[in-house]
Design a protein around this ligand. Structure first.
Ligand code: AMP
Length: 393
């Protein structure tokens, strides 16, 4: 049943019926790239060590406990400015250590003034939860309090948590706005704000929520703005939200440079699922992240793969939060080989050792493509990305 309906959907000619064909602007050659081996890449020499930073000794201990030996480029460049209360624009993608780049100096800020309240806004609940997870690891013994306010989870519980004092509030734009409207959060109390993955928030249609929150914040504030890309719209937001910011870009070493990228040509009439099946049985396909276009397609594909005997899970917007977290955990901990995901659900996720990213359906934009393949080749490892292209001739 599943298989048939899926097949029909997959092989509908893409530019049928005068509709704008999906991702027609991306030339297939952009999906091919020989990875520059890790050794070819110049090794980054940080200017600072964590010991050099003028931060609390207990925090330094927590950093060591986390196993972080040297700062990543974004940490090396951003932490000194953030410690000086300067507004910072960080042009960095996931996997660069950007979370710790803002968490370390902001935890220090809170340790210096226990009344300090910081708001962190992230586009997806997964990313928000990931940020809080890292904060908790750093701040375990430091008596720092936080609350995570994301959609898809009980608002009642969040309201109860908000009755207590919190140093950090981490949330997604929609839920934060609801809580502000309901007078459970008072923006005037927050003098430090982080906008993480601002470009994603823009793409996801949260621009009004971003503007609403920034307008309610005190004018005298500390603003940190992170984005993987800088479009003209992003520049506009930067002008609106930040004051005399320092701009730091660590994008030069593009994540995609250490990802071996190739296309898999599918002849018309061939079942994409059969091709996928063949690949997944090959050696080395140990931890595979597969991208599909729609929530429905993703769910169906994951069920088909389970039916074929693979250990697969899925994440997409039709799954409730608990199920998404569960699927993610199973994949992260290597209990399943395959995770099938939509772009939105997989945004910002930090999963170690993904052996392959497979674009079962084409991404809508090249930017989405870069985000997708950025899930592999993390931490200076060479990753592999394969993009299915249906041959129309
Ligand atoms: P992020 O870009 O914040 O999602 O971080 C990507 C990954 O890098 C996370 O798993 C972090 O735990 C890890 N990480 C961050 N900073 C460091 C560091 N200085 N040394 C080693 N790993 C790090």
């Amino acid at each position: 049943m599943y298989r048939n309906s899926f097949k029909t959907r997959s092989f509908r000619p893409r530019n049928d019926g005068g509709r704008r064909s999906f991702s027609q602007n991306i030339h297939p050659s952009k999906f091919i790239n020989k990875a520059s081996s890790v050794n070819e890449t110049a090794v980054f020499k940080p200017e600072h060590t964590f010991r050099d930073f003028n931060i609390d000794e207990q925090l330094k201990l927590a950093i060591t406990k986390m196993g972080y030996e040297t700062p990543t480029p974004i940490q090396d460049k951003a932490i000194p400015h953030i410690l000086k209360n300067t507004d910072v624009i960080g042009i960095a993608n996931t996997g660069t250590g950007k979370t710790a780049a803002f968490l370390i100096p902001l935890i220090d800020k809170v340790l210096r003034n226990r009344k300090e309240q910081v708001m962190i806004i992230a586009p997806t609940r997964e990313l928000a939860i990931q940020i809080e997870g890292e904060l908790i690891k750093f701040a375990r013994d430091l008596k720092i309090y936080s609350v995570c306010c994301v959609g898809g989870m009980s608002i009642g519980h969040q309201i109860r948590e908000l009755r207590y004092f919190n140093n950090f509030i981490i949330g997604t734009p929609g839920r934060l706005r609801d809580l502000i409207d309901n007078k459970k959060i008072f923006l005037s109390e927050y003098r430090t704000i982080v906008l993480d993955e601002a470009d994603r928030m823009l793409d996801m249609g949260f621009v009004n929520e971003m503007r609403f929150i920034m307008a309610g914040m005190p004018k005298e504030r500390h603003t940190l703005f992170f984005s993987a890309t800088v479009s003209s719209e992003i520049e506009k937001l930067i002008k609106e939200f930040l004051s005399q910011p320092i701009r730091i870009s660590v994008k030069n070493r593009d994540t995609s440079a250490n990802v071996e990228q190739d296309v898999v040509k599918i002849r018309r009439g061939t079942d994409k699922v059969d091709v996928l099946h063949g690949l997944l049985n090959k050696e080395g396909f140990s931890k595979v992240l597969i991208f599909g276009r729609t929530k429905h397609g993703v769910e169906k594909l994951s069920k088909i793969l389970v039916g074929k005997g693979f250990k697969a899970e899925s994440i997409h917007g039709n799954k409730n939060h608990v199920k998404r977290q569960q699927a993610l955990r199973l994949f992260k901990n290597n209990h399943v080989q395959i995770l099938v995901a939509t772009d939105v659900a997989a945004r910002g996720l930090d999963i170690a050792d993904v052996s392959h990213v497979i674009n079962f359906d084409l991404p809508a934009t090249y930017d989405d493509y870069v985000h997708r393949i950025g899930r592999t080749g993390r931490a200076n490892m060479v990753g592999k990305a394969l993009t299915f292209i249906v041959d129309n001739v």
